[in-house]
Design a protein around this ligand. Sequence first.
Ligand SMILES: NC(=O)c1ccc[n+]([C@@H]2O[C@H](COP(=O)([O-])OP(=O)(O)OC[C@H]3O[C@@H](n4cnc5c(N)ncnc54)[C@H](O)[C@@H]3O)[C@@H](O)[C@H]2O)c1
Length: 307
Amino acid sequence: MRVLITGGAGFLGTALANRLAAEGHAVHVLDDLSSGDAAGLAAGLQFTRGDVRDVPRLWTLMAGVDLLYHLAAKVSVSESILYPVDYNAVNTGGTVAVMSAARDAGLRRVVFVSSGTVYGQPEDLPVPETARARPLNPYAVSKLAAEHYVRAIGDQVRIETVILRVFNAFGPGQGLLPAHPPVVPHFLRQVRGGGSVVLHGSPPGAQTRDFIYVDDVVDALLRAGSMGGISGNTFNIGSGRATPILDLVKAVERAVGRSAIVLQSPEQSGGVSRLCGDIRAAERMLGWKPRFSLDEGLRRMLPGLKA
Ligand SMILES: NC(=O)c1ccc[n+]([C@@H]2O[C@H](COP(=O)([O-])OP(=O)(O)OC[C@H]3O[C@@H](n4cnc5c(N)ncnc54)[C@H](O)[C@@H]3O)[C@@H](O)[C@H]2O)c1
């Protein structure tokens, strides 16, 4: 199968591209390298450096392609609060460009990687896909708007669409750029190096997140790209467990074999206090189940973690 992956030089995209290539698919990656690094891509993969909003280039890249995974995005919640115009332009505008080119190219299926942040702060946890989405920051708004474009354009022209709302993915290759490091590689680096970690809120570290290991996300992406009878569906992809940030610190301490220096700070704006996805739809319809625990995933991250 010929597969195009936008954002394929990023954390999740690289893992997906390399797995698809290892399974014998012809994979082409489009990425502007604003936060990705093409050095992680396996030999033999095709790579084009470019902006996902460049529709004529997308037309060229989509010729003969069966399946598109759309991952290109700006991904920092805190940065999105500072630069909402950029987040709207790349995440929402980029998705409109991708879907409009996919329409012209007559693609069979688009898999869009959305985010568990679209729910905002759900009343009931774990949150099912049917819950009302009330995004609380520009990043989450841009992903929800993009979901609507994927469905609206896909449905009009009969492109199959599958949306995965990924929760807090973590694993090797994450957090290459130091400016806005995701929490897991940041905590691992800090504790390993004898630095401090900051817990927000009151009581500190009580917020929960749903951590899902990168290989589990890739398993779900492969199923979303290949299974019949799932077009039009949206799936939560998480562990189904709510992990308090304080428990993440303890898991990091176990993985590193060193105690953390813990500092406290007020609540962060734009964040949610508790989040965890109901993953029963993915289990039922994709036949998917997470395989890796938080402890196992952290152990696998350590050897490749750069200082
Ligand atoms: N990592 C997570 O926990 C998580 C959770 C939910 C959703 N997601 C989604 O998964 C996707 C991948 O996220 P990630 O964690 O791998 O982040 P990442 O930053 O590593 O990957 C995003 C990639 O998109 C590229 N990109 C950004 N703007 C671009 C543009 N204008 N044109 C072309 N390429 C561009 C970047 O260079 C990068 O390689 C994103 O859509 C993100 O919203 C990630």
